[in-house]
Write a protein that binds this ligand. Structure first.
Ligand SMILES: [Zn+2]
Ligand SMILES: [Zn+2]
Length: 296
């Protein structure tokens, strides 16, 4: 089946080019963009060498789950070899220690301690992927990691396992009209969205497996209400292309950038950083970010 959604083809050099463009107007973003590029470099290097680690699904099973709005990649099915997960986590931690704009404490004892423990690694991974925040906080505490840092490490280390698997199933799916605010492949929330220049389709991008899918514009991406009286958007003066859509039904919000008149692709993680003021606009008004961010 043709996949009519152009998937992100992220490379380090594309990130470098975007950094130049964004950095010219917003120099304050440079340190966090540099940090993101470093993390991406580690993820990409590991992703290329990882074996497929989800159970193989037949074509029929893939279609069946997709049509029933069920995840194709279930978190409980991801059972990476502890050594593979440890390797990427170790590289990410070492990079955070040396290159983070604000290096956190406690990473060195973690690298020499819990990170070497297969049982802890598995519990940490399971708690994160299952979204069991209390269990995750407990595992993070055990390892001496602050919750935000633990989330950053877990999310960025696990994403490459998903990238690889998602790339294998995507070509079998028609992703241009998915009526869900959760990723049709892995069930994670999108980072944000954009309006495609050529036809006005709203495209969302998954925070975990990186899949892009088209979602109806006239409905809330999260609770799917189509009640126009509940749906509004805000934007900053002078920048009408960058919007935050809020929903009074579920109180969630989603940032969306209108790409009309822009050639080229958008690097969602960087656009997310550059539109942090819109998170403020929505949160001040009592809406919550219904999607994930790790660099925000
Ligand atoms: Zn996904
Ligand atoms: Zn809603």
């Amino acid at each position: 089946m043709d996949d009519e959604i152009r998937q992100s083809k992220l490379t380090k050099s594309a990130i470098t080019a975007a950094m130049r463009e964004y950095g010219a107007e917003r120099p304050e973003l440079k340190p966090v963009m540099r940090f993101y590029r470093e993390i991406f470099g580690i993820q990409k290097r590991h992703a290329d060498g990882l074996p497929l680690q989800f159970p193989k699904l037949s074509r029929e099973e893939i279609q069946r789950r997709f049509e029933a709005n069920k995840q194709l990649l279930k978190p409980q099915d991801l059972k990476p070899a502890p050594a593979d997960l440890r390797d990427i986590m170790r590289d990410i931690c070492a990079m955070i220690e040396t290159k983070s704009p604000n290096p956190p404490e406690g990473l060195e004892p973690f690298i020499e301690g819990e990170l070497l423990d297969d049982e802890w690694l598995t519990a940490f991974k399971d708690a994160y992927l299952a979204g069991r925040s209390r269990n995750f906080a407990r595992e993070a505490r055990k390892a001496g990691l602050e919750p935000d840092l633990a989330t950053l490490i877990a999310h960025t280390s696990l994403a490459p396992f998903y990238w690889k698997q998602a790339a294998g199933v995507r070509p079998q799916l028609s992703l241009n009209q998915v009526a869900s605010g959760a990723c049709p492949i892995c069930g994670a929330r999108p980072v944000m969205g954009f309006i495609r220049a050529e036809d006005g389709l709203r495209v969302l991008e998954c925070s975990l497996c990186g899949t892009r899918w088209g979602a109806p514009r006239m409905a809330c991406a999260f609770c799917r209400t189509q009640d126009r009286t509940k749906l509004r958007y805000h934007f900053a003066e002078g920048d009408g292309a960058r919007r935050v859509y809020v929903c009074d039904n579920c109180k969630g919000y989603l940032k969306v950038t209108d790409m009309s008149g822009h050639a080229g692709d958008l690097i969602i993680a960087i656009e997310d950083m550059a539109t942090a003021y819109l998170d403020g606009v929505a949160q001040e008004r009592g809406y919550h970010r219904a999607c994930s961010t790790v660099f925000g």
